[in-house]
Design a protein around this ligand. Structure first.
Ligand code: NAP
Length: 248
């Protein structure tokens, strides 16, 4: 059953084997898109596409920190899907035990988080623009976090990486506007996924105006809208999806 919002669209989802990315793949496929799920483990990516409605979906192995691997993966996706209309950057890491206090943050932790979250987003967006520019059309969705706006005590590298994703997304949107490529950044609040489940098991945010934690589909539906033609005048936007958390 599809709702047709993304009928005929071809969408690549990084980090699509888990959490928010997996939900993005499901929502986009349900809306009529053919989806490429790109993740570290090809087997998990294949398991994710096996659950999707519709046909013609693709699973690819991808480490976003390796630019050559990203370029090859995007060439594969473009060839197998016949082009790429949308890219949703969901690959990311969060290391709350290692990311603070600052005097205990190692160089390795800092480098790893920046490499995956920020440089990885750059690598993926560059590969996406290389495919979309000759098409004259495309939509790129980046995924930062509310911490890109608020910062978060003892999440030093993560906050920096997500602040970088937000600024980079705006810069890229300005550059790409007249190329027909829209770029928008979603800032999720606290979403129940494999990334957060251990921490949420013993500590939950107390101030959530909407009265519940976020679900992966809360972010996925926003991403699907941003990939769709209904968002045709929406670019360089920061879309906060946090149940009111950052305002409270
Ligand atoms: P998740 O369930 O852990 O999913 C992230 C996916 O990215 C996993 O499949 C992971 O693979 C993959 N990945 C990690 N490193 C990668 C790499 N180098 N190359 C390619 N794929 C890689 O996390 P999530 O909660 O869905 O988070 C998705 C995005 O939303 C992240 O950018 C996260 O920072 C952001 N976000 C999440 C929340 C939240 O509350 N959950 C809030 C704000 C922002 P492995 O599992 O094998 O590592």
């Amino acid at each position: 059953m599809t709702n047709g919002l993304l009928e005929g669209k071809r969408i690549v989802v990084t980090g699509g084997a888990s959490g928010i990315g997996r939900s993005v793949a499901q929502v986009c496929a349900s809306a009529g898109a053919r989806v490429a799920v790109a993740d570290l483990d090809r087997g998990l990516a294949a398991a994710a596409i096996a659950e999707l409605p519709g046909s013609g979906h693709v699973a690819v192995a991808l480490d976003v920190t390796d630019p050559a691997v990203v370029d090859t993966a995007f060439a594969t996706c473009a060839a197998e899907l016949g082009g790429i209309d949308g890219v949703v950057n969901c690959a990311g890491i969060w290391k709350p035990r290692e990311d603070g206090p600052i005097t205990r943050v190692t160089d390795e932790t800092w480098d790893k988080i920046i490499a995956v979250n920020l440089t990885g987003t750059f690598n993926v967006c560059r590969a996406a623009v290389r495919v979309m520019e000759p098409q004259g059309a495309g939509s790129i969705v980046t995924v930062a976090s509310v911490v890109a706006i608020t910062g978060w005590e003892k999440l030093n590298a993560y906050s920096a990486s997500k602040g970088g994703v937000l600024s980079f997304s705006r810069a890229l949107a300005i550059e790409c506007g007249t190329k027909g490529i829209r770029v928008n950044c979603i800032c999720p609040g606290v979403i129940e996924t494999p990334m957060t489940e251990k921490v949420l098991a013993y500590s939950q945010p107390t101030v959530l105006p909407i009265g519940r934690l976020g679900r992966p589909e809360d972010i996925a539906r926003t991403a699907a809208f941003l990939c769709s033609d209904w968002a045709g005048f929406t670019t360089a936007s920061t879309v906060v999806v946090d149940g009111g958390f950052s305002a409270a």
